[in-house]
Design a protein. Sequence first.
Lengths: 280, 376, 301
Amino acid sequence: MALFARTPRAPLEYAKSLWMRGWVLAVMLFLYLPLFVLMAFSFNDSKRNVVWRGFTTKYYAKAWENDQLWDAMLNSLTIAGLATVFSLIIGSMAAVMLWRFRFPLKSAVDGTMSLPIIVPEICLGVAFLVFFSWIGWPSGLPWPFNLTAIVIAHITFCFPFVTMVVRARLATFNREQEEAAKDLGAGEWQAFRDVLVPHIKPALVSGALLAFTLSLDDFVITFFTSTPGTDTFPVLVYSLVKRGVTPDINAASTILIILTVLLTAVALKFQGVKALADAH
Amino acid sequence: MTDSKQPIIQIRNVTKRFGKVAAVDNVSLDIMAGEFFVLLGPSGCGKTTLLRMIAGFEVPTEGQILIDGQDMSRVPPNKRPVNMVFQSYAVFPHMSVADNVAYGLKIAGVGRGEREDRVKEALDLVKLGGFESRMPDQMSGGQRQRVALARSLVMRPKVLLLDEPLSALDAKLRAQMQFELSDLQDEVGITFITVTHDQDEALSMASRIAVINKGEVSQLATPSDLYEFPANRFVADFVGSVNIFEGKLIIDEPDKAAVDCPGLGKVYLNHGVTGPHGADVWVALRPEKMYLHVQGAGKTVEAAAKDAPEGHNFARGVIKGMSYLGDITLFEIQLESGAMIRVSRPNLSRHDQEDFTWDDKVSMHWRADSPVVLLG
Amino acid sequence: MAEQDWKQQKRPFAAVSLTPLFWTLLFFVIPMAFVWFYSFGRNVGLTDIDIVGTLDNYKRATEWLYLSIFLKSLAVAALVTLICLIVGFPVAMAITFASEKWRPWLLLGIMLPFWTNLLIRTYALMIVMGQQGYANKGLEALWGGASWLKTLVGLQPMETWEPLPLLYNNFAVVVGLVYVHLPFMVLPLYSALDRLDKSLIEASLDLGAGHLKTLFKVVVPLAAPGIIAGVMITLIPALGAYLTPDLMGGTDSQMIANVIERQFKRANDWPFGAALSFLLIYAMFALIALQGMRKKTGEVK
């Protein structure tokens, strides 16, 4: 009965109590079991996600040949990449502006810039739909220019997150470091580059990760700004799920999950588990 | 009630391992009721772990702790008749001073009337009367500590545990609190167990001190015994400032002993040390126990060490460093052997500090009861 | 830190401020303003909208049909938040007090779903909760086991198992929203608990309080900022949720976002959709103002 012969537990070692462990285990199962089932069924030799009919990789082959899927993936990654770069630039600028300067209507500007974080996605989506139709945004441009509207929308809701992360990091900046740099002969720009930028670097990394994830993940806003030929991966999956399940989604989803885990592992290798955890 | 002869706390062969490291290694201690007991040691020596095991926040890997004769192995901290004052004070920031102090009483189900009386009494005891409705963030560190003290004392514990109680205070306040804590302990008559790394604090407050080193009790003694008769090099060095010289025991009789130290010279003691003849030993000599003279009057110096045979208990050297500390001046002296020794000298008059200066040749002597021979 | 007046450093100020200000104005303020103006408009013909300053759209939005959907969305969001809080709090506690070795991995376990695509996660949950999915299979096995136990002690076996309709109803929407938002609740709770001075908990235990009393008298009050943050970060997106009710809900599980979507994509009644959108935004503002008030009273106290 080794399970019950508990060694005495110090009072604050809550994580060692059995019911706590059971609870965490149950939550983890709840979070991960569906994903594992999905991944398992991507190898199932049946059109429906119900009974196991033997192992196959044919849906991976089908997914591989599915041009729609490839286009959607390419669109998603292009949008996410562009949105990340621009969000990083605009977001950091806004963070430095709000941190460094005193100017008229500052609190109004501050509030407005963080609004896209709070405003429900559906409202933002609607706003972009109205905006782009009113100005008569041209549709049917050649790739990648047909993605411009979506990229603009994504930048708009991603950059405030970057601002938030960078600003939090700036708040911990010791101004004396900058003064020391100037004392040692650095100019305004050099001090900025040599002292401030290295200080906010971790925030830039986690801000970029955040923006990339948010953009890649977004469905609602993209759904309202997409035109024919600009379907992203989430929009494609949505329409397939709506129409009824096709097993290629299982395969494509499995690949995306594995890619997520791999990317996380790479980030871990560079940042370490703790730094990555702290980034949130 | 508790008999003052019976130990209120018995620590029996307690060991605490974190992984493979033994933070506390087979410690046995008896602490008597009414004592002001201090656990003294450098940081990481295991003294805080020992205190936390008494409070119940850590579970011993081996051994037993008894409070008032009862085994505490299965007793959680909230059921133990001891209370703790934390190093960070742990005053609840979301409660007023009065609510903080009343917290334990409320949980114990003490009625409103009695509770208010006891809170007031406890706050008066720590000189915080009138601060009832203050919030902790409106108070200074010293005041917060008094709140923590009152909060624990109001529970009338059998033993009060204090974890580094003075470490977060500035030097002046610390000196004042040392006296106040001693007075308080006299007044309430509760056993105090304090953990500290500060030897001044330990010496000034304790009735007994256990010096802890690497998880083991190095010496258990009263403050003056600890200072004057350290049991080993660690204690001699940790408690106060000391010069230590290696040597060989050449005479060891019941009423006298002599050690030949290559670094210092011949050292004579007017009592025996019960060590094996010819053994390697160490001589500890405190800086304030030496007399400093201008050199040249060599004869008179040798004669000054009257209680020792000729050629013993004196040395010559050159002043290499001086620091004037106000009440005393500390000299760094290079002996003829090349070894360095530290000598302190009280500034009895305003002109004392002018007597000696850098590169002066000096000699010094000490009394035969001043050196301590250490076997380990 | 002293902020600098923009007038003293006009060039650096212009360098960092023009782009974000311009962007926010053009691509956020103006589009939102369009929606706001539309909400006072009227459909003229198929595509034209006249902004006539009417309040008809708002009047229609407060009819019981739409008001009830609003209230229902609020109730669902509140329920989801409550479940996330109850489920997430012990998890956050466990992470906080886990050993140094385990803590980062547990955190990673909570964060990985955040990085996994929302649609994939929803879809995966739908597979498990389907009519013949594993949730139903598991329940069937339990049912069968219980039935077998009954025959063992000589009782009548239970009726044969009827698969539960787990999907396409309100229950599925709640489970789906909890599934999606749980990590968002755990992280702020964890960061609040992690900042808590552990000796406060020890002090409470030391003064005689049990673990449960300590939890409610010390841990919860001191973790309140984190709890509020977690509640807001769950409640607000749950209130505006579109995808989960759309995919996992039934005909009666529409939430407000689904109604808004319909006005724009199918019913083609943009002014009414705009009014609903702004009502949703006002509801968010009300929630945030409520939180702000709580904060203020806390500070005064």
